[in-house]
Design a protein around this ligand. Structure first.
Ligand code: AMP
Length: 269
């Protein structure tokens, strides 16, 4: 009999504010160790002292698991965050987002896409040719959940990333999240940079070019960031998209190609 799989989700807060979150999908025998590791990570979080940690453990019906390959990873080295944002607009336009929508989307994340300029807990869903937003709750947005690497793929990917100097768990987790997003119905591209004031790297991902890291997307010390999923409304419904992003279990069983960093030269130089 095949061993059962469990989804583990950890969320930590400080004064009711989101502090840290992580999730895994693991075989039954690993549930205890992985839950302890995620809890320890929240306890050692550098951006505040934890008030509450919530861990949920949920058995998964193996018949519902969708297996996929991870996207390829590339890195663009830019000279400044202004250049990084300019590059992000170019990559989004290349992916099929209308250029004026990409030009409006970048400042939206920069000022905070939630009500009153707050950082959202989840992502914006934006129509790629009109800029219309679809999230029902603009404080929460849409949270991508229930995805991980298969137990066989995890060590292979970790080793590939470490050899490329990309061994931090943040990169692996963002790649897995982007991998799930790129398989969503109607998806055109994703734009992301972190709200962590010490982490200035961001990315643009799209189904053809994969996960494209950009070395600078904001000034160090800036605690605003977020995610935007650009979709073609003609190819999906909001209900189908949110069901896939939040509930469909996806396990990645094949790593993508990891390329060395390349310098980006803006077209007008
Ligand atoms: P992070 O890369 O974890 O710093 O997250 C950057 C931003 O992405 C956050 O401020 C949220 O707006 C958004 N975000 C984080 N986790 C998720 C998720 N699981 N699904 C959708 N959006 C997320």
């Amino acid at each position: 009999m095949m061993t059962s799989l469990y989804s583990i989700r950890m969320r930590a807060t400080c004064h009711g504010q989101h502090l840290a979150g992580a999730e895994r999908i693991v075989p039954k025998a690993a549930v205890g160790d992985v839950t302890a590791a995620l809890t320890a990570r929240a306890m050692h979080c550098s951006n505040g002292e934890v008030d509450e940690i919530h861990c949920s453990v949920e058995r998964i019906d193996r018949a519902t698991v969708c297996y996929k390959s991870l996207p390829d990873l590339s890195t663009y080295q830019v000279n400044s965050w202004q250049e990084g944002r300019q590059l992000a607009i170019c990559l989004l336009a290349k992916a099929g987002v209308q250029e004026d929508i990409a030009e409006r989307a970048v400042p939206l994340l920069a000022k905070g896409a939630g009500p009153g300029g707050a950082v959202m807990r989840g992502a914006v869903i934006m129509e790629s040719s009109t800029g219309k937003r679809f999230e029902e709750d603009q404080t929460r947005g849409v949270r991508v959940s229930r995805m991980d690497l298969s137990p066989e793929c995890r060590p292979a990917l970790k080793s590939d990333l470490t050899s490329a100097g990309l061994g931090h768990h943040r990169i692996l987790e963002a790649l897995v999240l982007a991998g799930k997003v790129l398989g969503a119905p109607g998806i055109v591209a994703e734009l992301c940079w972190s709200d962590d004031p010490d982490y200035t790297i961001g990315y643009v991902a799209d189904p053809q070019a994969g996960y494209q890291r950009i070395s600078d997307m904001k000034l160090s010390g800036d605690s605003r960031g977020g995610r935007i999923f650009f979709v073609d409304q003609a190819k999906t419904s909001l209900a189908e998209l949110v069901e896939y992003l939040e509930r469909q279990v996806v396990l990645f069983n094949t790593p993508g190609v990891i390329s060395t960093a390349q310098e980006w030269i803006p077209a007008d130089e």
